[in-house]
Design a protein around this ligand. Sequence first.
Ligand code: 13P
Length: 252
Amino acid sequence: MRKKIVAGNWKMNKTLQEGVALATELKEILAAEKPNCEVIIGTPFIHLATLSELLNDSVIAVSAENCANKESGAYTGEVSAAMVKSTGAEYVILGHSERREYYHETPEILKEKVDLALANGLKVIFCIGESLAEREANKQEAVCKAELEGSVFHLTPEQWKNIVIAYEPIWAIGTGKTATAEQAEEIHAYIRKCVADVYGAQAADDTTILYGGSCKASNAPELFGKPDIDGGLIGGASLKAPDFKGIIDAWK
Ligand code: 13P
């Protein structure tokens, strides 16, 4: 059975102290009431080492939100996959539409990042998803397929086991506009078919595919109730412990 996951993506929010406070609150809530899914929090680099230690004896795993496409060396301001791994983080989010759009991360750059992340023992939450214009032109399937082909479908079947896909329609991110559960299920099923075409039916069945984009406690049960939606990648609603817990509870 594939893993059910609720993952937070804090994006560029929370000072170190605020992040420690939020992680501590979540740790206590989830220690009192064990979740029915894997829980991950994706945080800025500065939180990783502290939170990995704080959450070491908890059910919560820690993820970075990015890593460099170079191994090491003279790349001022960059953070390598090996450095992320050395903090105790288990995951890295790659391919987020905000990184593709604002930091010009191309499929080739993302492919290098994915390869380095896996080579350094990190698991990858790889994000794909179409813009509003692409959705209106009914190109969502072609866009998702091209993003997979561009950066992750070169991986070996063994490497693929460390990939989680997050489908995040750009028009639903931070907009309050959620894809309907039917819209999301349709494309999740398509993504799983693309995975099956490359890695076979069993691997596709074992692949966790998350939905992201204005997911909250009120719509998570309907989304997660669909057969091909295995959880969520949560932005805004991951910034307050009760909101995030409300989404985790959708798996109850
Ligand atoms: P929101 O949940 O704020 O829409 O963000 C989704 C997202 O981008 C998660 O990576």
